[in-house]
Design a protein around this ligand. Structure first.
Ligand code: GDP
Ligand code: IMO
Ligand code: MG
Length: 432
């Protein structure tokens, strides 16, 4: 089978968009399988930046079919804005370049109201969500009340679902969140219209299409959103998102079995970042943290929030390797570390006076750990845009070798800048 999963190995924003764009030159199909427009995936080609929230990052490659699978929560208005922006740029000229699963869950206006109002009420205890309605939309899916993409093409079904949903949501919105109730008729008309605009992208079952394509040896990339440590079951709960961000989500979110996946590539920065609240053992609260934040332009691609920055954490990375079954890594943003005299990497934690090397599953425990660091000599040679490993300074190579040895898997890709070209290919992608 020819499936390759690209998955975030940290708390998101590792550079998945860049990697998927780079890999897509060799792929036939690219699939987004979970999350929604909480994601912000950045692609840079010849200095031209494109930020995608819902559309798979293979879209700049005309021969790729991009699929939004049923595991995704979809805000139709956001998707239409994104489609129109790409059309204006001359990208997405053929509507069947983008296919949307009939079974995808819709994010409705009440999901956004609930998400934002809940965060407001939590105050200092808030999760720091993106406010895009992700959690409430997945809740409705789990409680079998969700409006699906296919409902936009069945006026009666949509009306009936909205009537049931709004009876409950409006009660909550008015009486608990003290906000204005929504009208079934207004929502119905608006969403029927959004459906008319998106109908050209409809596909009943992308899992079927992908499995047939795989039989014909077509190459398929599964593009993860968020990151391992934001996974609903395996992340730093409750400071997580509401989907399965780990590689297994590619199968459940698309409708394929695990044997369709041949490789699982974990994307990690050469350091660590996190947006939103929650534990982050290697976080830097000093000048170095600030320097990394500035040099790496660490602002969220979705909300514009400042990303918290810290050293690379191998305890967390080893955990990501296990829960995703990673077969290799892509090491991103190595260029950002240039100029630092000393680099540090966490190789273990101290917790209540004892050394631990396995990632704790409790956020409370993680909050209380103290990293044990190994130090490295930095480098000063400019490596921006380097595309050959041999051109990296010895100190950078030593840093990479140490990581690879410690975690037991190698780097297929090393990234030295945001642009597509600033990429070192260590290993070919689809070679068996
Ligand atoms: P994603 O959510 O995992 O796709 O990552 P984001 O797009 O949210 O954030 C990654 C940011 O780092 C984007 O601004 C990218 O353009 C940028 N980026 C990716 N790789 C590199 C790299 O190797 N070096 C530098 N300096 N920037 C990079
Ligand atoms: P990409 O795909 C980084 C974080 C939010 C918050 C938590 C829950 O670009 O890597 P949500 O809105 O999902 O309910 O918020 O998850 N978060 C991300 N952090 N990158 C992302 O996506 C994220 N998507 C959600 O900041 O802490
Ligand atoms: Mg991002």
């Amino acid at each position: 089978m020819s499936g390759i999963v690209v998955v975030g190995a940290q708390w998101g924003d590792e550079g998945k968009g860049k990697v998927v764009d780079v890999f897509s030159s060799q792929a036939d199909i690219v699939v987004r399988y979970q999350g929604g427009n909480n994601a912000g995936h950045t692609l840079v080609v010849n200095g031209q930046k494109t930020v995608l929230h819902l559309i798979p990052s293979g879209i700049l490659h005309k021969r790729c079919t991009c699929i939004i699978a049923s595991g995704v929560v979809l805000d139709p208005e956001v998707l239409i804005t994104e489609i129109n922006a790409l059309k204006e740029k001359g990208i997405l000229t053929n509507p069947r370049q983008l296919l949307i699963a009939d079974g995808a869950t819709l994010i409705m206006p009440y999901h956004k109201i609930i998400d934002q109002s809940r965060e407001e009420r939590l105050g200092r205890e808030k999760i720091g969500t993106t406010g895009r309605g992700i959690g409430p939309a997945y809740e409705d899916r789990a409680s079998r009340k969700a409006v699906l993409f296919r409902d936009l093409f069945d006026s009666e079904a949509l009306k009936q679902k909205l009537t049931v949903a709004l009876e409950e949501k409006n009660f909550l919105i008015e009486n608990f969140f003290r906000s204005r109730p929504l009208s079934v008729a207004e929502l119905h008309d608006k969403y029927m219209e959004l459906g008319r605009q998106l109908e050209v992208h409809r596909i009943d079952d992308p899992g079927l299409m992908i499995s047939l394509a795989m039989k014909k040896k077509k190459k398929v990339l599964f593009e993860g959103a968020q990151g391992t440590l934001l996974d609903l079951l395996h992340g730093t709960y409750p400071f997580v998102t509401s989907s399965n961000t780990v590689a297994g989500g590619a199968c459940t979110g698309t409708g394929l079995g695990p044997s369709s996946v041949k490789k699982v590539i974990g994307i990690t920065k050469a350091y660590t970042t996190r947006v939103g609240t929650g534990p982050f053992p290697t976080e830097l609260h000093d000048d170095i943290g600030e320097l990394i934040q500035k040099k790496g332009s660490e602002f969220g691609a979705t909300t514009g929030r400042r990303r918290r920055c810290g050293w690379l954490d191998l305890v967390a990375l080893k955990y990501a390797i296990r829960v995703n079954g990673l077969t290799s890594l892509s090491l991103m943003k190595l260029d950002v570390l240039t100029g630092l005299d000393e680099l540090k990497v966490a190789v273990g934690y101290k917790y209540k006076g004892k050394k631990i090397t396995d990632f704790p599953t409790s956020a409370k425990v993680l909050e209380g750990v103290e990293p044990i660091y190994k130090s490295f000599k930095g480098w000063s040679k400019d490596i921006d845009g380097v595309s050959k490993k041999s051109e990296l300074p010895k100190e950078a190579k030593d840093y990479i070798s140490f990581i690879e040895k410690q975690v037991g898997i190698g780097c297929d890709i090393i990234s030295t800048g945001p642009d597509r070209k600033a990429t070192i290919w260590v290993k070919p992608l689809f070679k068996s």
